[in-house]
Structure formats: structure tokens, C-alpha cells
Design a protein around this ligand. Sequence first.
Ligand SMILES: Cc1ncc(COP(=O)(O)O)c(C=O)c1O
Length: 462
Amino acid sequence: MADDVKHGHEIGPIEQQALDHVWIHSARWLDLAERDGLRVMVRGEGCRLFDARGRAYIDGLAGLYVVNVGHGRTEIAQAMAQQARELAYVSAASYTNIAAVQLADVLAGLTPGDLDRFFFCSGGSEAVESALKIAKQVQAMRGFPKRYKIIARRGGYHGATFGAMSITSSRNEKFFGPFMYGVSFVPSPNRYRNDFGIEGEEGDLRCAEAIEEEIQSQGPDTVAAVIGEPVSVSNSNHVPSPRYWQRVREICDAHGVLLIMDEVINGFGRTGTMFATEQFGVVPDLMTMAKGLSSGYAPIAAVAVGRQLFDEFKKQDVALAHLLTFGGQAVSCAAALKNIEILQREELPQRSAQQGRYLLGRLEQLRTHPTVGDVRGLGLMCAVELVRNKQTKEPFGWGPAAAAHPFNRRVAELMEERGLLTRVFMSIQLCPPLVIGREEIDEMVAIVDESLSVAEQEFGFA
Ligand SMILES: Cc1ncc(COP(=O)(O)O)c(C=O)c1O
């Protein structure tokens, strides 16, 4: 029996228990309890999700940029069950297990250059924390104990734990400041609103020079690392020229600064290749990965570490002063191994490139909308940027704050009512599982189109 009725929707027992006891990350209470925003999901199949009321949705965000191989993969479930029966866990401090060894070996064959050592952990934030600590410890071990500063990019997102949050420019000073000391932010490539007012590739390259300027201004012998996502989703999917990343690599090398590339979202086929760094022709010193590593079937993440960095630990016979209990958990590693086997067998990175081109082409047709300022993306990581004014490019809000604007909220609500789950902040994010078919892409685009038309009518844009 329903315990509560709001807005004509019956709240079932499982939904009531969720309202009573579950803290849904970053969701607002009233949105869940009074605006019918609570979704208790029951089942998934391919690109579809089904909730406790039997409603079906297209998962337009692959969960949270996670479920690259799609929902309902029985063979991953079987691989996990078999591993759990054999051995679920051994101490990450002292031992490893067969699944972790096999996973590290497979990853070493996939990651670019000499990134062939893997530090396993449970999620993207932990991977970023680990990469920061490895970078700082390596700098100290190389005789540069004063190299502790990190340069990150405005608009980037690297996670929610303290270190990762500190290098995320939308960090919430009011609630969580002061942050990790020694972090500074530089402009990110943006072909729609370049910080220097320079268009195209030249604008990207100007942003690379801003990193050089920041290193000089901080003092090169104080900087440990530069971090960035190859293509930043939190900064609305601007795709830089490969020359941008190549120049950043040169700048880091010239100053003894380590380069950390955060592939937590980009990795495992999302941008049309196994890792986005391949498309930019650079090899970072450290690369973080999570999400698509297991497609969400188990929590797992990793830092890929360059040989020269690990050699430092070997040569000096010093341990990394860092330990995470669930690093290399065997069942998670078994899930990741099977997930990668599927990605390769079904050529999902290539499919992501093809279907991404089709999706982007379809989204281009939305430019006729009075609120669509730009459309862009790489692989199945596309964005439709929404603006109040196409001439001035004035947005409905900046960064994550844009999600709270009534227009953007209404667009999200209308899409959900029509069966498309995604996120709207400065842009509508379209990043479905890589198995998506053309008809499902057409269905997604039709829902976005119709939802925009309705919201534009209601808000007086049409
Ligand atoms: C680029 C990037 N890095 C790190 C993280 C943090 O990952 P997690 O939420 O798994 O801790 C995210 C999460 O979205 C991300 O997008």
C-alpha cells in the first residue's frame, strides 16, 4: 500500500524506504520528495532502465558516464560470481590476486607509451588522490621536496574527496574551504567562448601557453604536476586540438613538471578510442581511470603510472606512502577483465566513434532552436549548449550552477517525462552506453528537440 501521495503519484513502499533512509548524492530533498524526482531503478537492459513503477527510460548518460558496455551483461555477472566463489579479497597492503594481475597485464597492453604499472583503487576520486600523492612523492624522491603545487584547469572536475575537490574549480569554498594548499587554475580550451577571445586552434594553443605562464609565475621549482581531462565533460565537452595537449606535454617536460591526464570519463571507448590520449598523441606520466573500466558492474579505478616514475620507487626501494583497503579487490578486477573483453570483442570504441558521428550530425539539426548556442563532442560524449541569447552567448548560469536555472530544470524534467534520463548543466549531456543503436539515437534526439520546443514556448523564447 502507498504510504504517501504527492502530486497524484502514489509512493510505493520501496520508494518510501528510499525517502526515509537513503541519501541520494547531491540530490535536493524537495526534488525527490515533492517533485516526483525519486527514481528507484529495478532493472537495466542495453540502453534502457526500468524503475519500480515499471516506467522505461533511455539511459542517455550511461548511468553517470559509466555503463559503456550497456546494462544486463550476464557474462560479467558470471565472471564476478565465479571469482567471488574462488577468492573475493586479499590484503591490498601485502598481496595481490590472479584477477588483479591479469587486469594489470591487459591494461598495460592498452595504455599508451610506457604506462605499464597499475595502482588499483575503488573510484575516480581515489584514483585522482592516488595520482596526486604519487606525483608529489616522486618529486620529493627526485630531490625536489618543494615541488608540491598542482596546476589544474578552470571548469575541470576531478572528484569529491579533499584533494580531488581542491583541484576542481567549482569547489565549494563556503562549505569546505580552506582547500589543499598550492593549487592554481588556468583557462581551458573552449572554441565557443575562448578566455583570450582567440578563435579555433590558436585559442587552444593560447590556453597551453597559459600553463607555461602559470608555471613561471608560481616558480618552476615549486610545481609538482599539471592535471586535466583530455576532453572535459564538466566543462561541457570542448574538444581541443591535439597540438594543445602536445604543447602542454612539451611545457611540462621543459620544467620537470609531471603531467596527469584524467581519463575517468574519457577512457574505455567513450571518445571513440580506448583512451582519449591516443587521439591527442601524448603520453602522460600518470593517467587516472575509473567508470568505464568495469562499466559500473563493480567499483574499481586505477592509476596508470609511467615506467620512469615507478623505477624511482624500485631504485630507492621506498614504498608509496599510500594504502587503500579495496585496491585490486578480486571480484571488481574480474568484472573489469570481462568488461574489457566485451569492449574489444564488440569493438565498442570504434562503434562509439561511428555512432558519435551520427549523434552529433543529428544534434546539429537542433541549432535552429533559439536556446541552442553550440553542439559539440567526441565519440559518444556529446553536448548541446543552452544559452539565453545566441548573439551574446549569455548562458543560463555558469558551470554546475546552471543546472539550477528554471529553464534548464524544466528541460531536464520534460526529457525525463518523455523517457530520457540525462543531465543538464550548461549543456544537455548525451553520453549513452556505447551499444546504442541508430533508432535509439533518433529517439533521444526527438525527445531533446520536443522538450526544448515545449520549454522555449513556456519561457517565451519561441
Ligand atoms: C574526470 C573525472 N575525474 C574524477 C571523477 C571522480 O570520480 P568518482 O565520482 O568515481 O570518485 C570524475 C567523476 O565524475 C570525473 O568526471
